[in-house]
Design a protein around this ligand. Structure first.
Ligand code: ASC
Length: 554
């Protein structure tokens, strides 16, 4: 029987020490990370969220949940709703219709960087079975942490001249990391001392307790603001079985990459020498690392949890060994029996990712337009046919064929925009993300793109310019995986396909929070006239707010 699971949450700032250095985090009901939601397929989640921040609005996005019939509950400021004002309460009600590993996070300004996130786990319904067996499970929510506040970071990014936020001070697992000490100091050449922990510190690692000769499911999700990560369990193989809430063909790896916005389940068997403990590590990938690895301990019961493993923590692949990541990604296929993509598309977008300047500000742009959010949420302005709420002209579907992706933009000046791509109902949409050189010579960065409201099939990847021949010769239409977040590698392209069958307005953006903040996203609108029952409370700002006020006075 499906249930309604009700929660009452308060969002507020509190003092906290995620890595041993006290700072301020955005907490839910006094917890950082926020409480874990557990539900079963078919359940309704109802979160009554009260904003206890004194001076800023807040929203929460339920990452990976398609929000069919409830697009107003997607929790994206300016898109699906108005920010919830200080002191006000908003109720998110939605159905979780697919088992999997998900998470939730702030989607306004840089509140994810401020620590507004938590896990959302959907188990199969009581009468259903997972397509694999395990004896127990654990959950790791990965994040990165800065000692500079998210407000300061936001100001840096919006300043002229631009100030980049730099690399994080710590990597966190379930909100815990170590900055001034290391769990593995004895194996390292650096001068950081060995951590002396009682275990009850806010920054003490959450130790994973296992019994020998069992199989465990590890659910991992990455809520990082910036970092791409590589995860390993020393001495243990990992079998990857789920990606972004979708079952995949199981495959075995020594370690795995996980990008911001992705989630996976892996199975591991505790078949190693039971008198030892083992490391679980995360390391920065795809940007030159300046952050120590994140660590916790896999504790074989009955050893002490604090017993340090006898070998050094696993070493990650080189940060810029992109081939390593590509090999991993190319092993991901939909589980046999998973839905297949339509073989034809109706509309194909080619989205060029560039770093640009606008009036001296540094921005990211898609087909030369840098996204700025409107005051009135698109869902409301489109539903109620309000004029002048955003650019009526849609952004271009493609970019100039002459563009040289290997060079910095010849004319770095782009423009601000907040136009929308209007998608026709039930059409099949292809998106080719085309990466390019950033503003500096010989630099092209990785970008994990996340689509709201949908899963998409990942049809293929390639290096250099995308061509139509690439589509014909390399696309996998047979068993591509379904995902909601996918990376575009430096100087490469990534192709994905989805069916526009979910009425609502959906963001598609780089999940690196500072990149979204400076324009790296687009907006899709799908048959908004079919959306029913938008609660007025979702739209009490901007022009929809004015409209409601007028109606009241009539
Ligand atoms: O958006 C970014 O800006 C910096 C750099 O390109 C300019 O300082 C960086 O590494 C980003 O990812």
């Amino acid at each position: 029987m499906a249930k309604t699971r009700q929660f009452k949450w308060r969002v507020e700032y509190m003092h906290w020490s995620p890595d041993g250095v006290e700072g301020v985090v955005m907490a839910i009901n006094g917890k950082f990370p926020g409480p874990t939601i557990r539900a079963r397929t078919g359940d309704t989640i109802s979160v009554e969220l009260t904003n206890k921040l004194l001076t800023e609005g807040v929203v929460i996005h339920w990452h990976g949940i398609p929000q069919r019939g409830t697009p107003w509950a997607d929790g994206t400021a300016s898109i699906s709703q108005c920010p919830i004002n200080p002191g006000e309460t908003f109720v998110y009600t939605f159905i979780v219709d697919k088992a999997g590993t998900y998470f939730y996070h702030g989607h306004y300004g840089m509140q994810r960087s401020a620590g507004l996130y938590g896990s959302l786990i959907v188990e199969v319904a009581k009468d259903e079975k997972e397509p694999f067996h395990y004896d127990g499970e654990f959950n790791l929510l990965l994040s990165d942490w800065w000692h500079k506040s998210s407000q300061d970071q936001q100001i840096d990014l919006s300043s002229k001249p631009f100030r980049w936020i730099g690399e994080p001070q710590s990597l966190l697992m379930n909100g815990r990391g170590q900055f001034n000490c290391s769990l593995a100091a004895q194996f390292s050449k650096s001068s950081v001392p060995q951590c002396k922990l009682r275990g009850d510190e806010q920054y003490a690692p959450q130790i994973i307790h296992v019994h020998p000769n069992k199989t465990y499911r590890l659910r991992v999700a990455s809520s990082t603001a910036l970092s791409s990560l590589n995860l390993a369990i020393g001495g243990h193989k990992m079998v990857v079985v789920e990606a972004d809430g979708n079952y995949i063909q199981p495959f075995s790896v020594e370690n795995m990459d996980i990008y911001s916005g992705e989630s996976y389940s892996i199975l591991f068997t505790t078949d190693q020498n039971p008198s030892n403990n083992y490391w679980i590590s995360v390391n920065v990938r795809a940007r030159e690392p300046k952050t120590s690895q994140g660590l916790t301990i896999l504790n074989y019961i009955p050893n002490f949890g604090s017993k340090i493993p006898i070998s050094p923590p696993p070493l990650p692949p080189l940060w810029n060994d992109y081939n390593y990541s590509k090999v991993f990604y190319k092993k991901i296929f939909g589980l046999i029996g998973s839905p297949k993509p339509p073989t034809q598309y109706n509309r194909r977008f080619l989205l060029l990712n560039t770093q640009n300047r606008i009036e001296g500000y540094t921005r990211w742009a898609i087909n030369n337009i840098s996204l700025v959010f409107p005051t009135t949420p698109y869902l409301g302005s489109i539903k109620y046919g309000i004029n002048n709420a955003f650019d009526t002209k849609s952004p271009p579907d493609t970019f100039s064929k002459d563009y040289d992706i290997m060079k910095p933009p010849p004319n770095p000046n782009s423009t601000y925009g907040n136009g929308v791509y209007m998608l026709k109902f039930n059409t099949t949409i292809d998106i080719i993300l085309q990466n390019a050189n950033a503003l500096a010579e010989n630099v092209s960065e990785i970008h994990p793109w996340h689509l709201h409201g949908h899963n998409f099939w990942v049809l293929g990847y390639g290096d250099g310019d995308f061509t139509t021949e690439d589509a014909e010769t390399t696309f996998n239409l047979n068993n591509p995986p379904l995902k909601n977040t996918i990376v575009v590698f430096p100087y490469g392209w990534t192709a994905l396909r989805f069916v526009a069958n979910n009425p609502g307005v959906w963001a598609f953006h780089c999940h690196i929070e500072p990149h979204l903040h400076i324009g790296m996203g687009v907006v899709f609108a799908e048959d908004v006239h079919l959306v029913k029952n938008i609660p007025n409370e979702a739209l009490t700002c901007g022009l929809t707010g004015k409209m409601f006020a007028k109606d009241k006075h009539k």
